[in-house]
Design a protein around this ligand. Structure first.
Ligand SMILES: Nc1ncnc2c1ncn2[C@@H]1O[C@H](COP(=O)(O)OP(=O)(O)OP(=O)(O)O)[C@@H](O)[C@H]1O
Length: 256
């Protein structure tokens, strides 16, 4: 097995519920992410996926548990640990539309403390990876949705992180762009990045994820590759992951 890039031990994130109760949004989740691995968290609305992702990316402090990113404890060395991780939220926003793709990425590179002497190289390298080098001087406002999504991924790569967190990377894209983004994610995986992928599109997960973690009621219910998930669901190996998930979904509902 490849080197471990991220390791979590029993992450819990509780919120105050009604009438002084405690609501266990995430309730003891442990997992590992290896170099060159794509992992995905799948579960119904309210299962705790966003809370988990926000906790491991340093946006939310967990109630308890340990998060280690490339050997660095996220709670103790937040700045250094977060440098190892590119967090990519897609969508139409997040860039200066009247500035070029290059200038946008250079701005974010500096914000991420990339050394001045490395900014140009890092930006050009990120643009090359997502195949936008030929439009580096074009205004971002003129980009199509597919190009925007690739630019978001480039933004996540601009400080050369080992880990990438991709949130719904194909949402709202046309079929051709979906394929382009999936191919890009495969290339990033082959280049050795560890990738945490969230998607409501089961075809994304079936084509990309090495390990799927099923989350229900804040807990890991089952983890495995697509074949193991299908076996767990009790469906035939030729059944789509989407159908397998539908067979499991009732088991993942939060019991209130
Ligand atoms: N700040 C908060 N205060 C109180 N409860 C919260 C807070 N954030 C999330 N929750 C609750 O925690 C539970 C898990 O929410 P979360 O958004 O993590 O689920 P999810 O799996 O990402 O769902 P979705 O697929 O809808 O995005 C939900 O019941 C939500 O209402």
């Amino acid at each position: 097995m490849n080197k471990i890039l991220m390791r979590t031990e029993s992450i819990k994130r509780y919120f105050k519920g009604k009438n002084k109760t405690t609501f266990k949004a995430v309730d003891g989740i442990s997992f590992t992410l290896h170099k060159g691995e794509v992992i995905s968290f799948v579960g119904p609305n309210g299962a705790g996926k966003t809370t988990l992702i926000r906790s491991i990316s340093g946006y939310l402090v967990p109630t308890s548990g340990k998060i280690e990113i490339m050997g660095l404890n996220l709670a103790k060395k937040p700045r250094e640990a977060r440098q190892k991780m590119g967090v990519v939220f897609g969508g139409d926003r997040g860039f200066y539309n009247s500035a070029s793709a290059y200038d946008n990425l250079a701005f974010f590179a500096r914000l991420l403390n990339v050394k001045e002497k490395d900014v140009k190289n890092n930006v050009l390298n990120a643009l090359e990876i997502v195949n936008l080098l030929n439009v580096k001087d074009k205004y971002v406002g003129s980009f199509s949705k597919g190009m925007m999504q690739r630019l978001h991924i480039a933004r996540g790569l601009v400080n050369k992180p080992e880990i990438l967190m991709l949130d719904e990377p194909t949402a709202g894209l046309d079929v051709e762009s979906v394929y382009t983004v999936r191919a890009l994610i495969k290339n990033l995986k082959e280049a050795g990045h560890g990738i945490i992928l969230t998607s409501h599109d089961m075809a994304d997960i079936e084509t990309l994820a090495d390990t799927i973690h099923l989350i229900g009621g804040g807990k890991l219910v089952f983890s495995g590759n697509t074949d193991q998930i299908k076996e767990f669901a009790g469906v035939d190996a030729n059944t789509s992951l989407e159908k397998a998930y539908l067979a499991i979904a009732p088991k993942l509902k939060r019991r209130l």
